[in-house]
Design a protein around this ligand. Structure first.
Ligand code: SF4
Ligand code: MG
Length: 336
């Protein structure tokens, strides 16, 4: 099966003074042309590290990919040189980060920043490039682009800056855009506008998008499929429709309960998931969610659950769905 991006059993460790953290512990998923896949989970679940690996941005040292493969257009890109990565990032993969200010050079006109990568990768004249920069600003909904193209980042509001970052990411016409918490730093109304923009661009340009978020609201808004990560592994994956309609993993149930609901005028209180994720210096040998799970059984602490399939492409790794799990009747019969 051909996929634009395929992650196969990816494992990433980080060396720290305390030892080696297993940040990503065997993650697999794929992204097809023209689809948006959300990677969702709490901070520290490995979702940003996974995104860094796809962009060739794991800082080595202290980080390293210890196992697994990343395939882009069926070509392995797991261990490219810095130079090869720069070429891919400048032409095939665009990036949008949480804080637009860190992505922008404060001393450079925004037009120049958009044009830079374009000129480097596509060999066009300055004039053509400037025309392109204006076009890009218009594409991402920045009013008065002829004037704005010559302004500096501090002359833009937070939301407008993130639009500029998106313009830079799209200037080289990438096939894939990786967006790591692209709206988290923005206030709520601006968040919605940026999500609308990403959605529109994704559709118009037939882009593939990987969006990293802790927010199921964002997932529902923009993604076609979702990958739920916990403690460095994928615990559930499926279409957004299927996972929202019938979530199968207790961690996903917890995330759904913590989703804010607007009932009439009332904004319901969030129900956070009790407890904390396990220590990834020395991860548990069984299900990593066991310590926080209301449904944990003995086997959950002993053995990692395998994936069970539900609807097409919908899987969850939980003993509750595994026919090999000990049945209540058997436990009762055994006097436990
Ligand atoms: Fe809970 Fe066990 Fe399922 Fe883990 S495998 S989520 S502990 S029921
Ligand atoms: Mg992060």
């Amino acid at each position: 099966e051909k996929h634009l991006l395929k992650i196969d059993n990816l494992k990433v460790n980080f060396k720290t003074y305390g030892g080696e953290v297993q940040a990503v512990r065997g993650v697999s998923f794929h992204v097809d042309k023209g689809e948006t896949v959300a990677i969702v989970g709490e901070s520290g679940c490995g979702k940003s590290v996974t995104a860094q690996a796809i962009m060739g941005l794991i800082p080595n040292p202290p980080g390293r990919i210890v196992d697994g493969k990343i395939l882009f257009e069926e070509k392995e890109i797991t261990h490219l040189s810095k130079k090869e990565w720069r070429q891919i990032r400048g032409s095939k993969i665009g990036m949008v980060f949480q804080d637009p200010m860190t992505a922008l050079n404060p001393t450079m006109k925004v037009g120049t920043q958009i044009v830079e990568g374009f000129v480097r990768n596509q060999q066009v004249s300055r004039e053509e490039a400037e025309k392109r920069a204006i076009e890009m600003l218009r594409l991402v909904g920045i009013p008065d682009p002829e004037k704005r193209v010559n302004q500096y980042p501090h002359q833009f509001s937070g939301g407008m800056r993130q639009r500029v970052v998106i313009a830079i990411a799209l200037a080289c016409q990438p096939q894939l855009v990786i967006a790591d918490e692209p709206t988290t730093a923005l206030d709520v109304t601006i968040q919605a506008q940026i999500l609308d923009l990403l959605k529109r661009l994704q559709e118009e340009q037939e882009l593939s998008v990987v969006i990293i978020t802790h927010d199921l609201g964002v997932v529902a808004e923009i993604a076609h499929r979702m990958v739920v990560m916990y403690a460095g592994i994928v615990v559930e994956t499926g279409t957004v429709e299927d996972v929202f309609a019938s979530p199968r993993h207790p961690y996903t149930w917890g995330l759904m309960r913590s989703l804010p609901r607007i009932d009439g005028e009332e904004k319901q209180r969030l129900v956070p998931i009790d407890g904390t994720p396990p220590d990834l210096f020395d991860p548990p040998k069984g299900c990593p969610f066991a310590a926080r799970c209301d449904y944990a059984m003995e086997i959950c602490n002993q053995q990692m659950p395998a994936n069970t399939s539900f609807e097409e492409g919908h899987h969850a790794a939980c003993w509750l769905h595994d026919p090999r799990a000990p049945r209540i009747e058997d436990l009762v019969a055994a006097g436990r």
